[in-house]
Design a protein around this ligand. Structure first.
Ligand code: ZN
Length: 406
């Protein structure tokens, strides 16, 4: 873990520290560090990452603060879109350095996500009573025709692990996991895993932004900051409502961009045994509407036609449609596939419309439509409740095509 001496885990890499007394500081905090107004709005444009960080820090501070007029402030004073914006303002800030697995930015992101799950009162399901599940990895260098290339490998599937030099081993990478226990003794031993990957691709080749300024931080606001904060918000919503009948595992995974590492590790060390895991729903890139499926508030499900999950959810009123771009093979391109190859109905919910900012420094928070996201989170909450309480999805005939050889 990487905590700075000032006690602020998230902002110490901020490139533009926010001066006390600046506009945003005044708007969000009084001298005791508590919000100065009973109703807060996160900044609508978060060009300055530290402002966004303060917004999220303000949420963190709320539980211990009182409004000037007396009543305690809580998340309930914010709209869903505002909460999502505040969370993503932190997660996709430049201070997170693109959240590349194996870097301090990814560790800071994991700490932030864990602190949020703790704040909601979610039971930790990582190592030793924490939310962090250590994923043992090593950094190795392959010689390729284009020169040396670095990659991360995992202890669970790298045969020559014991021969690696000790300095190449990383015990610093982790998934962030919480669990909401099922309430129905008949099915509480069954699990729904809901997840998103919090890692992204880090700092890389600089590309000029719209103003012509070179930007080397690949913030991954949409990929997959959007899915990650959506899962947080779903977890917060679930824990406040009626307990689900089945157990819900909240899995915020690392290393997706490096080959689904975190999810594959989770499967080797699951919270609920894999043979009792009855469905997986991932959320990836829901930050912008996709015109191919009707735009605002609509999402598509990868592999929709393969299992009964999509039909069940749309019959229950969910604005979820089949993936309109089967040629992109999205079903095989996200964490869900690691569950699907094991026979678990597993899909990814998305509204990615193939925007040009994919894996570019320009995947920034300014381009996120939080009202659209909030509408999809509303739908996803209902979808997760349906999966946790209703009939389990099953494969359709021919639905496993391509999985045997994947
Ligand atoms: Zn992604």
């Amino acid at each position: 873990m990487d905590v700075n001496p000032a006690g602020d885990q998230y902002v110490h890499y901020a490139h533009r520290p926010l001066a006390a007394g600046s506009r945003h500081h005044n708007r969000l905090m009084n001298s005791s560090g508590c919000p100065s107004t009973p109703r807060l709005r996160p900044p609508s444009s978060s060009r300055l990452a530290p402002c966004g960080i303060l917004a999220a820090a303000a949420i963190v501070a709320l539980s211990g603060c009182r409004g000037e007029d007396g009543p305690s402030l809580s998340d309930a004073d914010w709209t869903r879109a505002e909460r999502l914006e505040a969370l993503l303002s932190t997660l996709a800030a430049d201070s997170m350095e693109g959240r590349r697995t194996g870097t301090p930015g990814a560790h800071r992101a994991a700490d932030f996500l864990a602190s949020e799950l703790a704040r909601y009162g979610i039971e930790p399901a990582g190592n030793d009573g924490s939310y962090l599940q250590t994923v043992p990895m090593a950094r190795i260098t392959d010689e390729t025709s284009n020169g040396p290339r670095e990659r991360l490998v995992m202890e669970i599937d790298f045969d020559d692990w014991d021969e690696l030099p000790p300095e190449s081993i990383l015990m610093t990478e982790s998934n962030v996991i919480g669990v909401i226990r099922g309430s129905d003794p008949d099915v509480a031993n069954e699990a729904i895993v809901i997840g998103a990957h919090f890692d992204h691709v880090g700092i890389g080749t600089a590309v000029a932004d719209a103003a012509g300024v070179p930007d080397s931080i690949y913030n991954g606001a949409d990929d997959d900051g959007s899915g990650t904060v959506a899962i947080l918000e779903i977890a917060r919503d679930l824990i406040q409502g009626d307990a689900p009948r089945r157990t819900v595992v909240i899995l915020l995974s690392t290393g997706e961009e490096m080959g689904l590492l975190g999810t594959r590790y989770y499967i080797s060390r699951p919270v609920i045994p894999i043979h009792q895991t009855v469905a997986n729903l991932q959320i990836e890139m829901i930050g912008r509407p996709d015109d191919a499926v009707g735009g605002f508030g609509k999402a598509w499900l990868t592999g929709y036609e393969r299992t009964t999950m999509g039909d069940q959810l749309s019959a229950a009123g969910s604005p979820i449609v089949p993936d309109p771009r089967l040629e992109q093979n999205f079903f095989f391109r996200s964490d869900n596939i690691a569950f699907a190859v094991l026979g678990i109905p597993a899909h990814t919910l998305s509204s990615f419309g193939l925007h040009a900012d994919y894996h570019q420094p320009s995947d920034e928070i300014e381009l996120i439509d939080f009202d659209h996201m909030a509408a999809l989170v509303d739908a996803a909450v209902e979808a997760v409740r349906f999966l946790a309480n209703g009939p389990t999805p099953d494969w359709k005939e021919g639905g496993r095509e391509g999985l045997e050889t994947f």
